[in-house]
Design a protein around this ligand. Structure first.
Ligand SMILES: Nc1ncnc2c1ncn2[C@@H]1O[C@H](COP(=O)(O)OP(=O)(O)OP(=O)(O)O)[C@@H](O)[C@H]1O
Ligand SMILES: [Mg+2]
Length: 458
């Protein structure tokens, strides 16, 4: 719900509601709650959650409604059953609305910001040259450079999700934080746009429309996880956030306060659960319970003595307990965790971003709660690691203030920053200096240039 935006009379998707679904009441929100309320939705592989928040007049965000549901119809970040997702969304949103009903004056929300899973996004880097010709650099110059990037990255099946000005050079002088008001001849704007597969955006939009919800904006999940968990110094000095979810692990690299790279791998905590279920021949539900109660990423000296009762699959009431040593459980978990960190390291190294990413990592996401994870990560990534949970938001309870909710909390921060945005004006005189895509056909050469550009700036 953008600030000052007049709600349309009729939700666009109302006509598309399925016949067998009870129609939601028509939304006729009064102006007052509309103006300062934002909502965020995370359609994850393990859970679907909705946060509704109030933006305070003097800054700050207060969460006033929370709803979450076990996810249905999502595999490794991809919607595989639209109907199941729609139903789970409706339950999560309705719970959040109920909790916020006083501030919403009993009205349902009519639009949300939505996360795009990292596995459906691509991180790009490009430099746009803007001719200043002796004038002061204006906001229009900067906004125009951002707008111009749209045409360069938005092609084929990809759509621009957001673009961040990651750095500036004025007449060759690099390391400028904000060039506005400065005078020069030529401005280079280093941009880090993020695109997403249009199919993914379309499916999320369709699931929301079926719930009579419009999309206020999309945000890449790894970026949101960083916004929620990193402190300013970490973002400035260079830091990588790793969000270990159920079906995916997302990576976002920040430097000089800005996102400069993001990626994801289709491996998460659910793979650990499946490994346990297979390795101990128990059900997925029991494997999940055993993992959260007794699981660890690496062995300790007491593991051999500790015994765990593992119910055999298919036996409702086993005649006798089936004890296994904890070391057997850890022996199943550890290789998958090592593989996950190795895949993360490969992403950073192969894309030439490992050095720029700094020596600090923040681990978040539901799967980051496995004891011993930091030790393994530290060894494989050769970086200092801390666990991260959402910061900056008021109103999050203990249960919903944990790492599994980091990306959804970060989405609220993103939403609050963009609630007042207007579409950037497109300037005419922008001249592409170096359009690079990290995933382009000439990745090696392009990446080399991007890496040196980054190295000179960070
Ligand atoms: N205490 C715990 N210890 C270990 N793992 C846990 C714990 N609690 C939750 N998990 C794991 O966290 C994962 C879910 O994390 P999260 O809620 O962040 O996923 P998601 O956002 O729905 O998924 P994704 O981001 O991959 O689409 C599951 O694999 C679950 O087993
Ligand atoms: Mg997630």
């Amino acid at each position: 719900m953008k600030k000052g935006k007049t709600p349309p009379e009729q939700p666009a998707a109302a006509d598309a509601a399925p016949k067998d679904k009870p129609a939601k009441p028509q939304l006729r929100r009064k102006a007052a709650p509309e103006s300062n309320i934002i909502a965020a939705l995370d359609i994850g592989s393990s859970k679907i959650c909705c946060f509704i928040a109030e933006m305070r007049p003097h800054g700050g965000i207060e969460v006033i409604g929370i709803g979450h549901q076990a996810s249905r119809g999502v595999k490794a970040g991809t919607i595989v059953d639209l109907k199941a997702v729609e139903t789970a969304i409706s339950h999560a949103v309705e719970s959040a609305e109920m909790m916020a009903s006083r501030q919403l004056q009993g009205q349902p929300i009519r639009s949300v910001y939505a996360l795009v899973p990292g596995v459906h996004t691509k991180s790009h880097q490009m430099s746009v040259n803007v001719k200043i010709s002796g004038h002061e650099v204006s906001d229009r110059d900067v906004q125009g450079a951002l707008a111009h990037s749209r045409g360069a990255v938005q092609h084929g099946r990809d759509e621009l999700v957001h673009v961040i000005a990651a750095g500036y050079a004025l007449d060759g002088q690099r390391g400028i934080n904000d060039p506005r008001g400065m005078t020069g001849q030529s401005l280079d704007v280093l941009l880090s746009p993020v695109t997403a597969q249009s199919t993914s955006l379309r499916n999320i939009t369709a699931a929301l429309h079926q719930n009579h919800l419009e999309v206020d904006g999309f945000c890449a999940a790894p970026y949101a996880a960083g916004l929620a968990t990193l402190v300013e110094d970490e973002k400035d000095l260079g830091c990588t956030v790793i969000d270990m979810g159920g079906g995916t692990t997302s990576i976002a690299v920040f430097a000089q306060g800005k996102l400069i790279y993001s990626a994801a791998i289709p491996v998460g905590g659910n793979h650990v659960t499946s490994d346990i279920a297979r390795g101990l021949t128990t059900s997925v539900a029991d494997a999940e319970r055993i993992k959260t109660l007794y699981g660890a990423a690496h062995a300790t000296s007491t593991d051999d003595g500790a015994l765990i009762d593992v119910p055999p699959i298919g036996e409702e009431e086993p005649l006798q307990p089936n004890y296994i040593p904890k070391s057997l459980l850890v022996g199943i978990i550890q290789p998958r965790i090592e593989e996950t960190f190795e895949l993360v390291r490969a992403k950073l190294v192969d894309n030439g971003i490992n050095q720029i990413a700094g020596r600090r990592v923040v681990l978040t996401g539901g799967a980051s709660q496995l004891p011993g994870l930091c030790d393994i990560g530290q060894l494989i990534l050769d970086k200092q690691i801390r666990l991260g949970r959402p910061q900056r938001l008021r109103g999050l309870a203990e249960a919903t203030g944990g790492p599994a909710f980091a990306a959804c909390a970060g989405l609220l921060t993103y939403a609050a920053e963009h609630a007042m945005d207007e579409t950037p004006r497109t300037a005419q005189s922008y001249n592409f200096a170096l359009p690079f895509a990290l995933h382009g056909a000439f990745q090696g050469n392009m990446l080399q240039k991007v890496t040196s550009w980054l190295k000179e700036n960070w």
